[in-house]
Design a protein around this ligand. Sequence first.
Ligand SMILES: NC(=O)c1ccc[n+]([C@@H]2O[C@H](COP(=O)([O-])OP(=O)(O)OC[C@H]3O[C@@H](n4cnc5c(N)ncnc54)[C@H](OP(=O)(O)O)[C@@H]3O)[C@@H](O)[C@H]2O)c1
Length: 264
Amino acid sequence: MDLKLKGKTAFITGSTSGIGFASAKLLLQEGANVILNGRNEKGVSEAVDKLKASVPGSMVKGIATDFSKQTEVEFLLEQLPLVDILINNVGIFSSQSFFETTDEDWHQQIEVNVMSGVRLSRHFLPKMLEANWGRILFISSECATLVPTDLIAYSTTKAALLAISRGLSHMTSGTGVTVNTIIPGSTLTEGAKRFLDGVAAKENKTRGEVEHEFFSKVRTSSLLERFASVEEIANTITYYASPLSAATNGAAIKLDGGSMGGII
Ligand SMILES: NC(=O)c1ccc[n+]([C@@H]2O[C@H](COP(=O)([O-])OP(=O)(O)OC[C@H]3O[C@@H](n4cnc5c(N)ncnc54)[C@H](OP(=O)(O)O)[C@@H]3O)[C@@H](O)[C@H]2O)c1
């Protein structure tokens, strides 16, 4: 299938690793130009080099910006060229008791997870509407509705993205612009692998055993009963970033392996 992405330019926040990096790779394979992002120059240039090596001839560059720092974001907005596709992917979490989560912890997660997408959408949506084409994707999480007690702040930010995305989609009526939210479930990023391996080493188990226990004791509502791969999430992100997804707008697309339940 030709996703008709050739020549489109995509900016993906938080894309030096994980879901963002896998999405960048697929978009490049489909002929899009990609601008990567991470917090520092070194990480960004290493990720750019990795992608250039794995997708020869691809048009990839990067911009270092820490989304927890508003002044850096203002500088980023001055640097960025026009983009056709904005993927608001960056997301941080801290697993901790609600009672020990400080105002600073809340602000940090709101700044990175929510305000990054707010500021970028405020900048790019008017330009997309003027061009009569564009894609904005917000990357939420199953935590938006599952709300684990150790992730209340994170889950709140992920629920906020659903409202922002839906609200922005209302402004696109009659145009070629769409705004949607992708909702991944537990996904096997490098970070997730390190976490599973750490628990496995501590409990003298294999990574597979720790993963099995997570789904049998914690994420019991999952029908998939395993972590999704980053490629499985990136496949869907790439489709919804493409012109082929024009009929989907204002939607929340679940890639949760069934964990969130419900019939729609
Ligand atoms: N993994 C999961 O199980 C899962 C499940 C549901 C939803 N999600 C959501 O999916 C999205 C991607 O998650 P992921 O697990 O793929 O992420 P990840 O593997 O933790 O990747 C983190 C990326 O974000 C960048 N980053 C971190 N803090 C940043 C900041 N302040 N400013 C700019 N960049 C920053 C990192 O870049 P540097 O390190 O180079 O700075 C890196 O590129 C997130 O929104 C997450 O909430 C993930």
